[in-house]
Structure formats: C-alpha cells, structure tokens
Design a protein around this ligand. Structure first.
Ligand SMILES: [Zn+2]
Ligand SMILES: [Zn+2]
Length: 152
C-alpha cells in the first residue's frame, strides 16, 4: 500500500501550485526538494525522518524548512499529520484517491495500514443512526505485532 508508482504526483504538484499562488507564496529550491522527497515517500515520516532524507541531497537544509514545508502541505490538504501516542507527529502523503486506517505496535512502533470495507460501512451506519452524515474519520488500533509476539 502507498506505492508511489500507482499515484498521481503530478496532481499533488498542481494542487500545491494552485494553493501557493492563491496565497501569494513563492516556492524556493529547498522547499521544492522537501516537497518532492515527501511526495516520493510511502511511509509515516517524522520531521526528523524527512530531514534526514533531504539532507542526503542537500546538507544545508534545516529543521525549520522541513517543518514549515510539512505545515504548508498539511494546510493545503496534501499531507496528513498523525499522532500515534508516542508524542511524535508523523506525516504521510494525502493521496486523493486513497483512504486507510492504522494498526500500531506498542512494542516496536511499527505502523501497518489497512482498509476494511465492513468497518468503513459500519462507521457510516453508526453515524447515520445518530443523525450524522460522515465526512471523515480516523481509526487507530493499538496492539502487539506478530514479530513482537514471537519475541516474547
Ligand atoms: Zn512490534
Ligand atoms: Zn498511513
């Protein structure tokens, strides 16, 4: 899941450009690099994770640039900020055509993505039973992964 090849990065760039021109923001070389590195990722990255990757190409990039770029991407709906209970903000690309939920291992902090149609349906049913039209949701399941169970 999350394999970049199946997704339309061009569409993300177009949405970002539109947002930036609408808000009078100008792109910089560093911001472009951070953005492209993020769009090519398929996992859940902390600011430090992404900083480490962009520094392999451009060692002069600082934490603040990565932080501000991720905030911009979040503001224009191209990144999801996730909190999985360890106090670290993680970011993943918000592909327009994809939704998934998360299973998080409490031992090794591994994050597994899943989507289950029955659960999705059920959430809509619960919401409408209570008079809501569902707009979005996030579902996080916490447990111990198979590898960690095998270790103990
Ligand atoms: Zn684990
Ligand atoms: Zn995810």
């Amino acid at each position: 899941m999350g394999a970049t090849a199946e997704h339309d990065v061009e569409q993300l760039r177009a949405r970002l450009n539109e947002y930036m021109s609408k808000h009078g923001l100008r792109s910089t070389e560093q911001r472009r690099l951070v953005t492209e590195m993020f769009f090519s990722s398929s996992d859940h990255l902390s600011i430090e994770d992404l900083l480490e990757r962009v520094r392999l190409e451009e060692p002069r990039i600082g934490y603040a640039t990565v932080y501000r770029t991720l905030k911009l991407l979040k503001d224009c709906g191209l990144a999801f900020e996730r909190h999985f209970g360890d106090g670290v903000s993680r970011y993943e690309v918000a592909w327009a055509d994809e939704h998934h939920d998360h299973l998080i291992c409490l031992e090794c902090e591994k994050i597994v993505e899943f989507e289950d149609e029955a659960i999705e349906d059920l959430q809509h049913k619960v919401a409408s039973r209570l008079g809501f039209k569902l707009v979005r949701h996030k579902l996080e399941l916490y447990g111990v992964c198979g590898d960690c169970q095998a270790k103990s």
